[in-house]
Design a protein around this ligand. Structure first.
Ligand SMILES: Nc1ncnc2c1ncn2[C@@H]1O[C@H](COP(=O)(O)OP(=O)(O)OP(=O)(O)O)[C@@H](O)[C@H]1O
Ligand SMILES: [Mg+2]
Length: 326
């Protein structure tokens, strides 16, 4: 792995148990997150973004979800092979994650302060109670929560969705992770709060040099905060490029479809990118050949027979489409 890379995923395949046997949710996924940069992971609902993120955290639901093959290199370790105790030391410490559903990730029966203090407890076992408390309140303040001393004593249900998301971010950042995985951290929030949270992540990134893997449906957000972008479709990587290159010269028909269906501001909150004609095939109905074939306006015979491999099309830009290898 290159020195300037914090995370490198290679050839990752994850499957889930089903009535008809194991089915693969993601297949041959690979990309790298450069140190100190933000990589965006984008694609329609169900394309495997969260499964990829949960694999990095080793938090796939057990016993159903399983990494079948591949490597997830974090610095010099392969996360796939790490013993549980070593993974626990990395998780929530060197890599932390903001989950898609803040309410399910916060514990409803514990006060917010206690949940933050627990992070310090776990990762700095010798830390005195007073310091834990001070550091927790400071964290709440850092994420822009007004009246942090009062909030510290409240329960998750007593605060708004936007505030809960900030608490999640405070928890995720409390240990100054080297890598932050943010899974749609702003989808459920209104536009103003969204902007504040993005600014906050960017500020913390500047201050601490952390790397970020940012999952979103929102290409506007991608354009604003990402350095690199990975576009996923039906469990595979369709295109990977620097953000400028991707927007200027998208090479996969799916990426072009996404770019031409950027949601309008007024319905941004609820929109899921389902605007490209047709549906993503289900996990158990992936066709032979390219998985985008049934929706692709440029489909050729070969697309129905062979899965396209990744073709390099420029500096750090590659895409999986048969048109590129003609
Ligand atoms: N616990 C699970 N058991 C079985 N299948 C699962 C499980 N979790 C995810 N999947 C399947 O894996 C595929 C990828 O799901 P994933 O949650 O990664 O999608 P996503 O890209 O994060 O979508 P969204 O944008 O809606 O969050 C989907 O087809 C989903 O149904
Ligand atoms: Mg998801």
């Amino acid at each position: 792995m290159e020195d300037d890379t914090i995370l490198e995923i290679k050839n990752l395949a994850v499957s889930f148990a089903s009535e008809t046997g194991r089915i693969r949710a993601i297949d041959d996924v690979g990309f790298a997150v450069p140190k100190g940069k933000t990589l965006g992971l984008v694609g329609e609902s169900g394309c495997g973004k969260s499964v990829t993120a949960l694999s990095v955290m080793r938090l796939l639901p057990k016993p159903s979800g399983e990494i079948e093959q591949g490597e997830i290199l974090f610095n010099d370790d392969d996360i796939v092979k790490l013993p549980t105790d070593r993974m626990q030391k990395i998780r929530g410490n060197r890599i932390s994650m903001i989950f898609q559903e803040p309410m399910t990730a916060l514990n409803p029966v514990h006060r917010i302060g206690r949940q933050l203090e627990e992070v310090f407890c776990l990762h700095f076992p010798g830390m005195k109670l007073k310091e834990r408390r001070d550091r927790s309140i400071e964290m709440l303040m850092n994420v822009g929560i007004p009246d942090p001393v009062k909030r510290f004593r409240e329960y998750p249900h007593q605060i708004s969705g936007g505030m809960r998301q900030r608490v999640m971010i405070a928890i995720a950042l409390a240990c100054k992770p080297e890598l932050l995985i943010a899974d749609e951290p702003t989808t459920a929030l209104d536009v103003t709060v969204q902007a504040q949270i993005l600014a906050l992540i960017e500020k913390l990134q500047k201050d601490t040099g952390m790397s970020v893997m940012f999952i979103t449906h929102d290409l506007g957000v991608i354009a604003e905060i990402c350095d690199d972008v990975v576009v996923m479709y039906a469990g595979r990587v369709a295109e990977h490029a620097g953000v400028k290159s991707l927007f200027k010269n998208p090479r996969h028909p799916y990426t072009r479809g996404l770019l031409s269906s950027i949601p309008r501001l007024e319905n941004k909150r609820k929109s899921r990118l389902r605007i490209i004609k047709g549906m993503v095939p289900g996990l158990d109905e992936f066709p032979k050949g390219c998985r985008f074939q049934n929706r692709c306006s440029e489909v050729m015979e070969i697309c129905k027979i062979e899965q396209p491999g990744m073709t390099a099309v420029g500096n750090g830009h590659c895409a999986a489409c048969h048109h590129l290898s003609l």
